[in-house]
Design a protein around this ligand. Structure first.
Ligand SMILES: Cc1cc2nc3c(=O)[nH]c(=O)nc-3n(C[C@H](O)[C@H](O)[C@H](O)COP(=O)(O)OP(=O)(O)OC[C@H]3O[C@@H](n4cnc5c(N)ncnc54)[C@H](O)[C@@H]3O)c2cc1C
Length: 398
């Protein structure tokens, strides 16, 4: 049985097979897959509840429409888990498979969209539909006349990241120590091997320790003497509570020329856009910028012009704004697997895709820890950063 609680002195020292630092969606997914492999885990989370940092800022969308083989496989695996989540865990994650629609206004948009769909097909993603602009408008009448082409996949969509995080947690048999901050590692004698963690409430001894610290992954690795080349970039989410003219059956709609995107949420909508931002230190509270709402609303009006009719009537009290940080490796892929320090592992750096990757990423991590998967077969292995096998990322950042 899992337990989520603030531990007291009677719980320490504690021991487990796997100590997980960070109780966001990645930490709880890791605990869920640990249970399936027969590993006892303890998750430490410095905040008072799970999933309160980056995970809670997420638009919670998922898609298999990527261009890289390893990401398509990762997302297909995760989406299959989301589709069966209730049967697997008993939790309703509010899954909405209303699709992801990527549109473009480029003159050569159809050829480019077709090329991407063919690449996806070559990587076993065979249910992406390709539209001309007119075909797209026939299916989604609110798409701008300037749109020349689109791709659509019905099985993409969104869910509740809160329910997903707590669903993983409840279906694991981990102990979740909230309000408990990891401050150092336990080491065996004078050797470098890591044998547990020192927390603000006491020591936890573990055969393996994994960093699932979201934006704090690099400073957590640094305590063990490891330099991770990660960048934290602020991203914001705008929410609009309610408006009668928003099509509630719309897909996640993405301007693939600019990255601006929106999707319905209840009777309202949520919006995102990866605008250029300088890298920053990890933050526990990420400030918002009230220039963003006007920018992103204008951005999505380019592809779905009905927003131009809604924007003039909006008041600030209709809108909500939250921010979080994307944590990115140089190739924009996650870091999953062993570090050079024995006993210390990573499951982090999911950028803008941690919710959608959570199941596949945690499954790979547990397979590597238990020896079921060789590190060499793991496309997200940490050693790619130093063995020259990584390519600088060209993944579309949303
Ligand atoms: C605006 C925005 C929109 C996004 N939209 C999407 C989307 O649509 N789909 C998608 O898949 N992804 C999306 N993402 C990305 C997604 O939110 C992240 O990839 C994901 O939440 C990362 O999860 P995590 O568990 O690694 O990190 P976090 O949720 O940040 O969790 C890390 C946890 O570690 C804890 N921690 C750190 N240091 C310590 C310590 N010393 N001791 C104890 N605990 C510690 C933190 O308190 C935190 O709770 C979005 C992100 C943002 C910002």
């Amino acid at each position: 049985m899992s337990r989520i609680f603030i531990p007291d002195a009677t719980n320490f020292p504690a021991s487990c097979d796997l100590a997980i630092i960070g109780g966001g969606v990645i930490g709880t997914a890791t605990a869920f897959y640990a249970k399936r492999a027969g590993l006892k885990s303890i998750v430490v989370e410095k905040r008072a509840a799970l999933g309160e940092l980056t995970t809670s800022a997420s638009l919670a969308a998922f898609r298999a429409q990527f261009a890289e083989k390893e990401n398509i496989a990762l997302m297909k695996e995760s989406i299959a888990v989301f589709e069966q989540f209730r049967e697997l865990t008993g939790t309703d994650i509010g899954i909405h498979q209303q699709g992801y629609l990527f549109v473009t206004t480029a003159p050569d948009g159809y050829e480019r969209s077709r090329a991407r769909a063919l690449t996806q097909m070559s990587f076993d993603l065979d249910d992406v539909e390709l539209f001309t602009g007119d075909e797209c408008r026939a299916r989604f009448p609110y798409i701008a006349p300037e749109v020349t082409a689109a791709t659509f996949r019905q099985r993409d969509g969104w869910l509740s990241s809160h329910e997903l995080t707590y669903g993983y947690a409840r279906a694991s048999d981990a102990q979740f120590f909230v309000d408990t901050k990891m401050i150092d590692y336990c080491r065996e004698g004078r050797e470098a091997k890591i044998t547990g963690i020192v927390t603000s409430r006491g020591e936890i001894h573990a055969e393996h320790v994994v960093i699932c610290g979201g934006p704090f992954a690099a400073p957590l690795a640094k305590i063990a003497g490891i330099d991770l080349p990660l960048e934290n970039i602020r991203r914001q989410q705008l929410t609009l509570g309610k408006h009668p003219h928003i099509p509630r059956d719309a897909p996640m709609t993405v301007d693939s020329d600019t990255g601006a995107h929106w999707r319905p949420e209840g009777q309202g909508a949520v919006f995102g856009w990866s605008r250029p931002e300088p890298p920053a230190e990890p933050m526990d509270y990420v400030p918002t910028d009230w220039e963003f709402p006007a920018l992103v609303l204008d951005g999505v009006a380019r592809i779905t012009p009905f927003w131009n009719d809604i924007i003039p009537s909006l008041k600030r009290s209709d809108l909500g704004l939250v921010a979080g940080q994307y944590t990115e490796a140089p190739d924009l892929n996650p870091l999953v697997g062993a570090t050079q320090v024995e006993g210390l592992w990573l499951n982090c750096a999911y950028g803008g895709h941690g919710v959608m990757s959570s199941a596949g990423g945690a499954r790979i991590f547990i397979d590597v820890v238990t020896g079921k998967m060789k590190d060499a077969d793991n496309p997200f292995r940490v050693s790619r950063l130093t063995d020259g096998t990584y390519k600088r990322g060209e993944k579309m950042v949303l």
